[in-house]
Design a binder for this molecule. Sequence first.
Ligand code: CA
Length: 226
Amino acid sequence: MAHVLLVEDDPAIRGALIRGLTERGHAVDSAAAALAGLEQAVRTRPDLVVLDLGLPDLDGATMLRMLRGASRVPVIVATARDEERDIVAVLDAGADDYLVKPFGAAQLDARIRAVLRRVGGTAADGEVVVGGLRVDPRSRRAELDGTALDLTPREFDLLHYLAARADQVVSKRELLTEVWRLPYGGADKTVDVHLSWLRRKLGESAQSPRYLHAVRGVGVRISAPA
Ligand code: CA
């Protein structure tokens, strides 16, 4: 089951896909225009976005670039046959997969499951293990070398977000969007302060990091100690 945001302006297609995906166990939100979809994608943080390329207010490729500025949520693009030449452009703009209309909910569901498998599942999925660090989003418990960590809710979310992307550098902008839900505001300083608290709870320092590595001018990553 995934939380899917469907951005589609055709009410008949939208209705049919909502029904079909809901029957297959997904929780579906929808928007009928690009800017509304963008706002919802940032606010509700779906596991995956299905994006129609032909929208009334913005073309889908432009929306995709705007979305990618704030989030790396997986995106499946839905395109009409005469827009096929645009497919390369949207894949370059960061789409994870595409479908050419007409398609049914069964095919879309299969693509959704395939994309989510590839990106490592939904937010509700299981425990993340990085070296001696275990982070379980269901129980919201984290432990290091078998000892429970006493984290605030924000510290937990920050640790889980980074641990789920182990060995990838995550920007402070992305953390503000995905952990703080402040896509258009918020200060890097906020992230820095929480990272330093988290670092202390992990028993390490910026000078001699074990798990939490600052990458100057880019962001931060979690990696298992060598
Ligand atoms: Ca359309």
